[in-house]
Design a protein around this ligand. Structure first.
Ligand code: AVJ
Length: 327
């Protein structure tokens, strides 16, 4: 066999990513959006995170959905069983948790089309394949899109909708953006539509912190993948030997914040952008927020977005809440 190594792929230059990186790394406190974690490799790493012992949110929400599947199925589908609806899921990922609801809805003979939306095509392909095998009767129309496109898609689809935004993906937004996002999500909804949003609840701060700083270092690898991605796609030369993963939980704001820490003064070149950026020793890049919520905060957020809390479903330990919101 040939021992030749394949040349590195020519950077597939995404103007959005390039613009984001230039702006984010020019800020006084450098920052990149966690949205860019989810290339195919990042989506794979996130699947590993979901299986970690420390990462409680996924298995907790899974247990919650299992426990309340009948009640949730009932509130999501129209009263008239003959009426078709779209079950839209934003950030569907591997859809593992959602399968509980999909099964429940199919068993109750609901007429619906499942529209999983995600920015990772690989994740959606995997989901579609597993659904074909496990739930062949299900109608599925996957859409590769980010949240902004997903909102436009939603607004343009006539017909009844039940929208799922699970997994505490809402925790990634800064408070201002969260409000804007939920308002935009709420705007096209009619009183016949449904919206189920997953919120990770505030709890023992050590448990929260541990979920983002696991023993095996998978979360660190997930964070580092952002730099690998910039190396791959923008021809950057981040040397991962001089970066650390750092994360902390601030109970006053409810935010877990994740950072990449430059362990020495260094200059990083972006060949594809003909640009370079300097990092001082111990300077950081903020890469993610994962906000944790209280019930009063959820109620206030809903109200400000023109929604109200219809029902709150939680797990036995009260770690996580799937909240039914209505206009
Ligand atoms: C997919 C946004 C819900 O914030 O908990 C997990 C992503 N980041 N570990 C989260 C994540 C680090 C996750 N969400």
């Amino acid at each position: 066999m040939s021992t030749e190594t394949t040349p590195p792929p020519t950077p597939t230059f995404s103007p959005d990513l390039a613009q984001h990186v230039r702006a984010g790394l020019s800020k006084p406190f450098k920052a990149l959006s966690s949205m860019y974690f989810y290339d195919d490799e990042g989506s794979r790493l996130f699947q590993q995170i979901m299986a970690l012992p420390e990462y409680y949110p996924t298995r907790t929400e899974f247990a919650l959905l299992t426990r309340h599947q009948a009640a949730i199925g009932q509130v999501l589908r129209p009263q008239n069983p003959d009426e078709h609806f779209f079950l839209l899921e934003l950030g569907a990922g591997d859809g593992l948790k959602t399968k509980i609801l999909l099964r429940q809805l199919l068993e109750s003979n609901a007429r619906f089309t499942y529209v999983p939306v995600d920015i990772s095509e690989a994740a959606l392909d995997g989901l579609a394949a597993s659904l074909r095998a496990e739930l062949p009767a299900l109608r599925v129309e996957p859409v590769v899109a980010d949240y902004a496109d997903a909102l436009r898609l939603m607004a343009s689809r006539p017909g009844r909708k039940a929208v799922l935004f699970l997994g505490s993906n809402i925790g990634n937004f800064f408070p201002e953006d969260r409000h804007a996002f939920l308002s935009n999500l709420a705007r096209p909804l009619t009183p016949d539509d449904r919206l189920l949003v997953g919120f990770d609840l505030q709890k023992d701060p050590r448990r929260i912190r541990a979920a983002y700083d696991d023993e095996q270092g998978v979360t660190a690898a997930f964070n580092f993948n952002l730099l690998h991605r910039l190396n791959r796609e923008l021809g950057a030369d981040f040397d991962l030997g001089h970066w650390q993963h750092y994360t902390d939980y601030d109970p006053m704001s409810g935010a877990v914040r994740s950072f990449l820490v430059s362990t020495r003064a260094q200059t990083v070149q972006f060949t594809a952008l003909d640009w370079q950026v300097e990092f001082a020793a111990w300077e950081m890049i903020h890469t993610e927020n994962s906000y944790k919520f209280t019930r009063p905060a959820i109620t206030a957020l809903a109200r400000e977005a023109g929604l109200h809390v219809q029902q709150i479903f939680t797990d036995e330990q009260d770690f996580f809440a799937d909240v039914l919101l209505q206009p």
